[in-house]
Ligand binder design. Structure first.
Ligand code: FAD
Length: 461
């Protein structure tokens, strides 16, 4: 962190999205003295954590209208102590309507985000059912300063004579000093390119649209992917399906072939090709005749509203160029992104990214020069290339998250991840591999829970 002699300045800032990242960003911006408007196209806070049984009907998986990709049975993959915001612990509540488990169901996370919203009075900053449809740079009339023009569409439901509802859409254009994009990245499906898929006559779907296992009753299912969703969904589908065949590019700790703990699950290398008779051939020459292919192959970053004259692009799922996954150097600090990184502990990272943005916007923290930021980004991209990391993994920070977090905390002059939090996540990861079916209910890191609870006292007194 470096202090500057410039006065602290309050900016007019637009935050797009009221999921976990948008909520904490709004809080940090307001704490720093900025005026904030949060645009949220849904009718409540929580983003991903607002479960819906609705699914997108587009069989080509190209158009999405449903935001959340949660399935009904989903429980968190992190223990609540380490998942919550650093200064607003995700504590179990003594309330019969709440889920007290260490790895709670999705509704509990949504309720935690509602609590957070209430606690910090963020609701008053949010315009619900207001979608941002266009964001572009405009020059101020005087001088060379740039501003952002945001066009939004707000859905208003008018109640006529007490019962009929009439929907109107109100379009608005407004000017802001800065925009922070917090729209998440688990909505727009990425699907694997499979030779022969255009002739495939079986069903296919993406896990974005997976909610419950019942539709897979007695089916032969091929699940593509080795992510956590692929992991959870395969296990659940196996309770009703005839057979589940997982095709994975990378297998962290598994053995190809029949899975010992299941009667009806096999692990295969990736798919070689498929044909119109519903044959699925794997790269080791084995094959199955399947009813459905379920793509658990990740998501695309997608910012349809953002016009930056080509400054920020999405290329093979790399959003760039971005300094430390947050600021495009030539538009910094007026445009920023919170929450692009993944395979990390999301909420505390959002908290630090947004503290950094808020402090930079007010002049309390200084960014390096544009040239230095560009150079830093180039060095980062070169290092990814040198290590053979494909562009699409640019924002995957698994192995560097501790360093990244410590760096961000250093910029903000605040504490980095607590030792117990790091250790807890590491233990969880190991247990998830060793005991995928029971890691959420059986653990041995009680000593870390106690350390966390001791730490949390300072936020509750
Ligand atoms: P989101 O929650 O997606 O919120 C984005 C918001 O932006 C939405 O409300 C959306 O309506 C709004 N929006 C989008 N476009 C516009 C627009 N144009 N105008 C206005 N509003 C807009 N994380 C964990 O920490 N623990 C877990 O156990 C965990 N499990 C997960 C399981 C699944 C299946 C998935 C998909 C994710 C999981 N995550 C988990 C990651 C989770 O996505 C993040 O923790 C976090 O909730 C993301 O928050 P966000 O605010 O960045 O995005």
């Amino acid at each position: 962190m470096s202090a500057t002699p410039d006065p602290i300045i309050s900016r007019h800032v637009a935050v797009i999205g009221a999921g976990a990242s948008g909520l904490v960003t709004a809080r940090e911006l307001r704490r720093e003295g900025h005026t904030v408007v949060v645009f949220e196209r849904g009718d409540q806070v929580g983003g991903t954590w607002v479960y819906t049984s609705k699914v997108d009907s587009d069989p080509e998986l190209t158009r999405t209208t449903v935001h959340s990709s949660l399935y009904h049975s989903l429980r968190t993959n992190l223990p609540r102590e380490s998942m919550g915001f650093m200064d607003y612990p995700f504590l179990a509540k003594d309330d019969p309507d709440r889920d007290p488990r260490r790895y709670p169901g999705h509704r509990e996370v949504m309720m935690y985000l509602q609590d957070f919203t209430r606690e910090f009075g963020i609701g008053e900053l949010i315009r619900f059912e207001t979608e941002v449809v266009h964001v572009r740079l405009v020059a101020e009339e005087e001088g060379f300063k740039w501003k952002w023009k945001i066009k939004s569409k707000q859905r208003l439901r008018l109640r006529l004579r007490g019962k009929d509802e009439n929907e109107t859409v109100v379009e608005k254009e407004e000017i802001f000093d800065a925009v922070v994009v917090c729209i998440g990245h688990y909505t727009h499906p990425r699907v694997a390119c499979i030779p022969g898929i255009n002739e495939w006559r079986g069903k296919q779907m993406h896990c974005h649209s997976y909610r419950v296992p019942e539709p897979f009753q007695d089916q032969v299912v091929v699940v593509i992917g080795s992510s956590e969703s692929a992991f959870d969904i395969s296990q659940e589908v196996a309770t009703v399906a005839k057979e589940v065949h997982i095709a994975a590019r990378t297998v962290l700790d598994g053995v190809f072939g029949k899975q010992l703990a299941y009667d009806n699950m096999w692990l295969h290398p990736m798919i070689e090709d498929v044909n119109e008779d519903c044959y699925v051939y794997f790269q080791d020459g084995s094959f199955v005749i399947a009813d459905i292919i379920l793509h658990c192959t990740g998501y695309k970053y997608h910012f349809p509203f953002l016009e930056t004259n080509g400054v920020v692009t999405v290329d093979d799922n790399r959003v760039g160029p971005l300094y430390k996954h947050v600021f495009p150097p030539t538009l910094a600090p007026w445009l920023s992104f919170v929450g692009l990184t993944y395979q990390t502990i999301p909420f505390p990272i959002f908290e630090l990214q947004s503290k950094w943005i808020a402090g930079v916007l007010s002049n309390r923290f200084t960014l390096p020069s544009q040239e230095e930021m560009i150079e830093d980004v180039e060095i980062f991209y070169t290092s990814l290339e040198a290590s053979g990391t494909p562009k699409r993994y640019t924002h995957r920070v698994t192995n560097i998250q501790v360093g990244y977090n410590t760096w961000l905390a250093g910029q903000c002059g605040c504490p980095a991840f607590e030792e117990w939090r790091k250790q807890m996540c590491y233990d969880t990861f190991k247990r998830r591999l060793a005991q995928p079916r029971s890691y959420r209910d059986e653990w041995e890191d009680q000593h870390l829970v106690l350390q966390a609870q001791k730490d949390f006292i300072k936020y509750n007194s």
